[in-house]
Design a binder for this molecule. Sequence first.
Ligand code: GDP
Length: 311
Amino acid sequence: MTDKIRNIAIIAHVDHGKTTLVDKLLEAGGAYGDHQETVERAMDSMDLEKEKGITIKSKNTSVKWEDYTINVVDTPGHADFGGEVERVMKMVDGVLLVVDAYEGPQAQTRFVLRKALQEGLHPIVVVNKVDRDFARPEEVHDMVLELFLELEATEEQFEAPFFYGSAKNGFFVGNLNDEHKDMTPLLQGIVDNVPAPQANADEPFRMLASNIDWDNYVGRVALGKVLSGKVAKGDSVWLHRKDGTKVRSKITKVFEYSSLSNSESAEGVAGNIVGIAGFEDIDIGETIAASEEAEPLPFVNIDPPTISMQF
Ligand code: GDP
């Protein structure tokens, strides 16, 4: 089961095409819902954000392709989100680095790439917008590799696979001379190059709350990767709080992040990124586990952000 899961983040400078790429991946995976509904949902979140003062930063989606589930975790591209970028990098097993084929790497490309490399991830480079006037994909390829060197990428990280194409036109190729067709080469590239999550299905359930989302019906939703075991609605679990206290809670709902809306699912299995509800006041960085004796998972709390952009 775990070998059919891929957890990735997409990182990009603003406007380089992250949103368009995610839409096309969803379309190619056939998991794209009714567009109208998508727009409405996005508006709901924004209204909710204003109302409750909660910042809904991540738009997490999941692409079904062949028999794989590719969880796409959104990454804030900005230094203001300090700790959140690190938390996302710890949750995923790979990153797509999207770079505009004309502009080349920019400030945010550098900021988030640095975090990904530091976390030991092996990026897949997506040179987007090759259809643009004055696009210069070969030069951008070299610029990205120079940036890898500057950021002290390891030899393996430097061997990054490159894909070239146009998210807007829905195609990517692994080689600039290849015929332009569809999203398949990139989806295959993700499945082939991103390792399956390291998670153990046979051990008791454990998960780190890497982020907190909000659902109109069930309230606070803890988002994270299931590190071991599985969790289902109705399960009784222990919340290991940062102050060392432990609270028993009952899971009221498990969400799988599928398409742009969250669909109810029976259980969260090891390796998958899920949202679980049933806690009144869970915080980012707290551990949820099947047992009271479970070892809390390590969490580096670096909020408020202490990172500044470096150029
Ligand atoms: P984001 O800020 O990274 O999420 O970028 P968006 O996906 O919103 O794209 C920014 C702009 O670039 C939009 O106007 C897109 O239509 C455009 N765009 C995205 N992909 C392509 C592409 O492959 N070719 C061209 N020419 N424009 C694109």
